[in-house]
Design a protein around this ligand. Structure first.
Ligand SMILES: Cc1cc2nc3c(=O)[nH]c(=O)nc-3n(C[C@H](O)[C@H](O)[C@H](O)COP(=O)(O)O)c2cc1C
Length: 431
């Protein structure tokens, strides 16, 4: 092990300790059974990651409402678990913690970002449809106050179930344009009740959820939130809002705040340009932000907050990770490199200077067809295709224990779409 700040343990406000500063970021796996239960494939995938050296593994989206999947293949916990669900969750948690690392469940509801194939009329803060070409997302309907109360209750049930099953923490997903993030944004939340309008109201559902989850898991259990530094859209949730929400979350006693950014409409979380121009934010920009997309936001938050911060997005060099720790981040999140190189954290801790940036080599269309990117629909499809390449790697790791770097983007897209269709058909037959 080399002498690196990445190897330092971190004790969180609740008293739990992470073994080092590297976390596998949440990545939706698509490997649940059609009933929404964790599967042996999920266990294989997380055993590999547990062996990979990260102090913390975050699960992909675990969904609290089967009508609002983030994608086909999500783990779904809608109610207090029955015996098969409890056993499957416990088995998953055992596999994912076999090297003594932490394993936290990310809890989520997709809201209007639910695909049409799952639900053509998803519930959302308001009836504002996603502005994406391709017709993949339906026309949402505004939630009633009873719907909102049910969301809070289900987040808490889910968190309690995860603790009971042996997960060592939970994360409330309030970023990337999913339901809680939709409530935060004045573009997707046009409500005129207690949950819309002023930031205090737009943040109410998130803060109620965090309070209910804390009550469900107790004060000695890690509770994290993933929050956008900004949505990077005109008239959207901006950095000023994010800083204020972060202050409220700190007061609510969370243990770790993960900073990301963007939505399906503006996929800044992946460093990908959206169809609209990116809305600049009032934060001092450094050259480091070219590699680590949100590091400047973390630095600006650090000046005002004491809650431990995790920063995710773009990190590939050990130097950038160490610099981020040096300027006040507590944990570094790693996503895409972990889809192929499952032991990336061990390698960094042993002295590796650089992780691969697979996405630089990937494209839906070969260079001689790149003119197709001039069409908004095809360009969006191409961006989804690159994302599907990563989905396919997770699928391969879960099923065969090995990634396949040589897989083409087109073949990966077909594979992921075929699995998704089959999973949905089986789920419909089951329910
Ligand atoms: C295949 C894949 C699946 C993802 N699924 C999730 C998810 O379930 N929840 C989440 O918060 N972010 C998700 N993300 C975003 C990652 O957590 C992370 O923020 C993003 O990949 C940027 O980090 P990176 O540059 O290290 O990949 C996903 C990203 C990828 C590539």
């Amino acid at each position: 092990m080399t002498d690196t700040a990445l190897a330092q343990p971190l004790t969180l406000p609740c008293g739990a300790t992470l073994g080092n500063r590297l976390a596998k970021a949440a990545m939706t796996e698509g490997l649940a059974t059609p009933a929404g239960l964790p599967s042996p494939q999920l266990e294989r995938l997380y055993s590999l990651w547990s062996d990979g050296g990260a102090g913390l593994l975050l699960s992909g989206n675990i969904i609290i409402d089967g009508d609002h999947l983030e994608r086909p293949g999500n783990v779904v916990i809608e109610r207090r678990p029955d015996a098969p669900m409890a056993a499957a969750l416990a088995s998953w948690a055992r596999a994912a913690t076999r090297r003594g690392n932490h394993f936290w469940g990310q809890i989520s509801h997709a809201g209007r970002q639910t695909q049409k194939a799952v639900n053509p009329r998803p519930k959302a803060p308001s009836a504002v449809q996603l502005g994406l070409p391709g017709g993949q997302f339906g026309q949402p309907q505004a939630m009633s106050q009873a719907d909102i109360a049910q969301v809070v209750e289900r987040f808490a049930w889910c968190a309690a179930a995860l603790r009971e099953a042996g997960f060592t923490g939970v994360q409330v997903h309030a970023a990337h344009g999913y339901l809680l993030s939709q409530f935060l944004s004045p573009r997707s939340n046009l409500r005129d009740d207690d949950y819309g309008g002023a930031l205090e109201n737009r943040a109410r559902l998130l803060l109620q959820t965090v309070a209910a989850v804390r009550a469900a898991v107790g004060t000695d259990f890690p509770l994290a939130v993933k929050l956008n530094s900004a949505d990077f859209q005109k008239g959207g949730f901006d950095f000023h809002d994010s800083l204020q929400v972060a202050r409220w979350l700190e007061q609510a006693g969370i243990d770790l705040l993960e900073i990301s950014g963007g939505t399906y409409e503006q996929p800044k979380l992946l460093g990908v340009a959206g169809l609209e121009a990116e809305e600049p934010q009032a934060v001092r920009a450094s050259t480091r932000a070219r590699e680590a997309y949100f590091v400047d936001f973390a630095v600006a938050m650090r000046e005002q907050l004491s809650v431990p911060l995790m920063v995710t997005g773009g990190f590939r060099s050990r130097a950038a990770m160490e610099q981020a720790l040096d300027s006040g981040a507590a944990v570094i999140g790693l996503g895409r490199p972990m889809c192929v190189m499952t032991d990336a954290p061990s390698r960094l801790l042993r002295g590796a200077a650089q992780l691969p940036r697979y996405e630089d080599e990937l494209a839906m269309f070969p260079p001689w067809l790149a003119f197709l990117n001039r069409s908004d629909t095809l360009r969006t499809l191409g961006a989804f295709g690159v994302q599907y390449w990563y989905y396919a790697q997770l699928d391969l790791l879960g099923r065969d224990g090995r990634a396949q770097e040589s897989l083409g983007v087109f073949a990966a897209t077909r594979r992921v779409m075929r699995h998704a269709r089959r999973w949905l058909q089986q789920r419909r037959r089951l329910l």
